[in-house]
Design a protein around this ligand. Structure first.
Ligand code: SAM
Ligand code: GLN
Length: 288
């Protein structure tokens, strides 16, 4: 069979399972199998593929047909300008999170500071921390995750990408961050924010494969914000900034928690490309 015939068959198989991104997924899997990028696949469309390679490819397609995410099958995911390595046990970074990266870069570039200090809470694959470090050197970023697997993944990505300003640490927030670590210029986080009862209703790709502790925000989805915000405020220097990714209907609740924690000053909400609220931003007032 040719590449193009293999792709058509795989696409059909994935579409039959109700997978919306069937064509793209088939291309990503075939590219992974043959060591080609998508442009390479198009150029080689009429090339024949060996029986052994075709069998390997269909094994991957079967995994996808059982709803395993492509990123876990290939062990790779693009985020921002970076290709990150990751596996089961580590959340797959989402494109929406790039809104947080954009806003964080605008803030960092506005600072008159030689080596800004940043804390990324719940770094997962290191996505946010590494994107910031790739754009802004020099920078000191502590990338914290409660999961040992995530911290190791972020550390591996930092090393592979040569982004030495990112220090990936296993630890739970806030317990493992004392006030002495404080005086951050910027604290960023994409915390778990799905309500526990909603997790069973998520797509099987997420529900059955991604780590619960990366998604589960407690009974109302807001548990991480509730317990983290007062500590974030303590760790931020005057004029510093806190940026929290949120679910699309959580902006008012999170802004309310900031007010309750005495976080006065500017609160802003950034939207994602779908026009939904995505990041709550609080700038800590300058000392008077
Ligand atoms: N920042 C990554 C991203 O945007 O792709 C991953 C975000 S994921 C939604 C949340 C992460 O927070 C998970 O990796 C989880 O292990 C971590 N986490 C959950 N509770 C934590 C805590 N109390 N302290 C540190 N990390 C925590
Ligand atoms: N955006 C993720 C999803 O709904 C949730 C990530 C999170 O809880 N921070 O799939």
């Amino acid at each position: 069979m040719t590449l193009s015939e293999l792709l058509t068959e795989a696409q059909q198989c994935l579409r039959d399972k109700g997978i919306g991104s069937a064509r793209l997924d088939a291309e990503l899997l075939l590219g992974h199998c043959l060591g080609l990028d998508r442009a390479g696949l198009y150029c080689a469309a009429e090339r024949p593929v060996s029986g052994q390679k075709a069998a390997e490819f269909f094994e991957l397609v079967q995994r996808r047909a059982a709803f395993e995410p492509v990123a876990y099958i290939t062990g790779r995911r693009d985020f921002w300008t970076l290709e990150l390595a990751l596996g089961r046990g580590v959340l797959i970074p989402r494109p929406e999170t790039e809104v947080l990266v954009e806003r964080a870069l605008i803030f960092l570039k506005s600072l008159d500071c030689e080596r800004p200090r940043v804390l990324d809470i719940g770094t997962g694959s290191g996505a946010i921390a590494l994107a910031l470090a790739a754009e802004m050197a020099p920078l000191d970023i502590v990338a914290l995750d409660a999961s040992a697997q995530a911290a190791a993944c972020a550390r591996g990505n930092a090393e592979r990408l040569g982004l030495s300003g990112v220090q990936a640490v296993q630890g739970r927030f806030p317990e493992d961050c004392s006030r002495d670590d404080g005086s951050y210029d910027l604290i960023v986080s994409n915390p778990p924010y799905i309500a526990t009862a909603d997790i069973d209703g998520l797509a099987p790709d997420i529900r059955d494969f991604e780590p619960r502790e990366a998604l589960d925000g407690g009974p109302d989805g807001l548990g991480a914000y509730r317990s983290w915000i007062p500590h974030c405020a303590e760790l931020l220097r005057q004029g510093g900034c806190l940026m929290l990714e949120i679910g699309h209907d959580q902006a008012a609740a999170v802004a309310g928690m900031l007010a309750e924690a005495g976080c006065c000053g500017d609160i802003d909400v950034a939207r994602d490309l779908a026009g939904r609220d995505r990041v709550v931003i609080w700038r800590r007032g300058q000392a008077v």
